[in-house]
Design a protein around this ligand. Structure first.
Ligand SMILES: Cc1cc2nc3c(=O)[nH]c(=O)nc-3n(C[C@H](O)[C@H](O)[C@H](O)COP(=O)(O)OP(=O)(O)OC[C@H]3O[C@@H](n4cnc5c(N)ncnc54)[C@H](O)[C@@H]3O)c2cc1C
Length: 501
């Protein structure tokens, strides 16, 4: 039986393990943490449960297809619901908007509250769908590094309608053209942050993202986002995948003469600083790294020639998150809530050029207890309060920035909600770019690998394979990019590349 090692139990590693088990491999996953999921994890504190990372779930079919391909029933592993309200938006001037999943209703609301003609919204979402239909198969489900991807009907169709993709405009330029009102432009520009980029630099092609939320739907797993991790780990284990937790891979071992994989060197992560930690060499025919690609080269493959140009591409933004247990309920809030800055361009300038936090940040609050009552004690709510942050490049004084950000956030929320926030915080945990890097090994704590702040970004992500036989890469830092659906796509692409036993 052929043996495959997966380095990291991020969602892409977990999914790759399933693909390979289905191909007849004996699969072992080595995870440095004591838990699975990487960024897609959860924790409990003082009676509150929090999803630690992702909160917005689109394309649930990517999870379902893994279960179905494995010959199992979806309902035995995973359930979720479609959201009726996608987001609640708040502006400083008192404007509030509920983004209904019903597009007609949403467009009517935008017309009524903001004055944006309804037809502009409907036309935009139709174009967003067209862009997605033209490009998804090409960019998201295949390797961009294989010639066959570009010599087929799908590619030809996209090339013939290339003008629809607005390749030479930024998202902000396209949205200025698409909409009349500043607030609508800001609302749709925000979708650039779904892969950690700036709407003022990212290509207008990213206007496909609203199609996922509005046309295909936004969802919530029944028990919270961590259900995705739990479901797929269980599925893997049922297929025979073995998980080793607290096991940090230190090196990928290559037979230089044959240019093929021999195996990996593993260390006990719990005792890594003590004498007891032993480097153990384990042989494998195939190794898939779910570790950030920069760290994979620098730490696990130090003797290999690294593709420096690809590795040095600008990284996506990171995040600063306050997990607050609130001793009160806020009827104004829904599951997903956005409190916009007055100066969006200045915010992105601070993040990507100033490499610092902005003093009037756009605030995102996710309150899973609105739908999952057991996530907070009665009469309380579990707030996941996030602002965009630059990735850590060791130039920032994070402790100072966090202290100031907390003050700015509380003041802004109290101003807009017209309610006390500070007094109701009874429990707090904080996640910042340094901790994200420490816990998941993402370079600088970036959430989505490379940023898309450049029109060639899609082509400047590392491929899912290497020149070394038996070595592959999956996860948010390689093709096709970050976010749960794309990380799952990377796993699928790797799964399709690796031959059946
Ligand atoms: C705060 C936050 C909010 C987000 N919001 C969303 C959202 O709403 N929707 C969405 O779709 N996406 C969101 N994302 C992005 C999404 O979480 C990631 O793109 C995705 O989870 C990345 O998965 P991955 O497979 O690349 O692995 P990661 O989650 O990066 O995990 C990698 C794993 O590999 C392990 N590892 C690394 N090196 C080694 C080694 N040498 N040995 C052993 N193990 C190792 C790490 O410990 C880790 O568990 C968010 C991320 C964060 C942090």
């Amino acid at each position: 039986m052929k043996k495959a090692a997966i380095i990291g139990a991020g969602i892409a590693g977990i999914a790759t393990a399933i693909h390979l088990a289905n191909k007849g491999y004996k699969v072992e996953v080595f995870e440095a943490n004591s838990y699975a999921g990487g960024k897609l994890s959860e924790f409990c504190k003082d009676g509150f449960r929090y999803d630690a990372g992702p909160s917005l779930f689109t394309l649930p079919e990517r999870v379902e297809e893994l279960i179905l391909q494995s010959g199992k029933n979806v309902e035995d592993y995973f359930s979720y619901k479609r959201l009726d309200i996608i987001n609640k938006y708040f502006w400083e001037d008192g404007t509030k908007l509920e983004a209904s999943a019903d597009i007609e209703k949403f467009a009517e609301q935008l017309e009524k509250k903001i004055g944006e003609p309804k037809k502009n919204i409907l036309k935009f979402l139709k174009n967003s769908k067209e862009k997605y239909d033209l490009t998804a198969d090409l960019f998201l489900t295949r390797s961009l590094h294989k010639a066959e991807t570009f010599f087929n009907k799908t590619a030809l169709k996209a090339v013939l309608q290339i003008w629809k993709l607005e390749l030479f405009k930024t998202m902000n330029q396209a949205n200025n053209h698409n909409f009349e009102k500043e607030k609508t432009i800001q609302l749709f520009n925000r979708y650039a942050t779904y892969n950690g980029s700036s709407p003022y630099s990212a290509p207008a092609l990213l206007n496909v993202i609203p199609h996922l939320e509005f046309n295909k739907g936004a969802f919530l797993p029944t028990g919270g986002m961590f259900d995705i991790t739990k479901a797929l780990v269980k599925l893997g284990q049922d297929l025979g995948v073995i998980y080793h937790f607290n096991k940090k891979v230190e090196e990928i071992i290559i037979d230089k003469k044959e240019n093929k994989i021999i195996g990996i060197k593993v260390k006990d992560a719990q005792n890594s600083k003590t004498e007891n930690s032993i480097n153990q060499e384990v042989n494998f025919d195939t190794v898939v790294s779910n570790m950030d690609i920069v760290h994979t080269y620098k730490k696990l493959l130090p003797k290999e020639k690294a593709p420096e140009f690809l590795l040095q591409q600008q990284k996506s933004s990171s995040a600063l998150i306050f997990y607050w247990g609130m001793k009160a309920e806020y009827k104004q809030l829904d599951l997903h809530n956005i409190f916009f800055t007055k100066e969006y361009r200045k915010e992105f300038n601070a993040l990507f050029n100033g490499k610092t936090l902005y003093q009037d940040p756009t605030i995102y609050i996710f309150v899973s207890s609105k739908h999952i009552k057991t996530d907070a004690p009665e009469g309380c709510e579990n707030w996941f309060v996030m602002i965009n942050a630059p990735h850590n490049d060791n130039s920032q004084d994070w402790d100072k920035l966090i202290e100031k950000a907390k003050e700015d956030i509380i003041k802004k929320l109290e101003r807009i909600l017209m309610r006390n926030v500070k007094e109701n915080i009874i429990s707090e945990s904080i996640l910042d770019p340094r901790k994200i890097e420490l816990r998941t090994s993402s370079l600088g704590g970036s959430l989505y690998g490379n940023s898309s702040n450049n029109r060639y970004a899609a082509f400047l992500r590392h491929a899912n394979f290497s020149k070394t036989k038996g070595l592959y890469f999956c996860g948010g830092s390689v093709h096709p990019g970050g976010g749960i659906p794309l990380a799952l796509s990377s796993a699928k692409i790797v799964g399709e590349m690796i031959e059946k036993v």
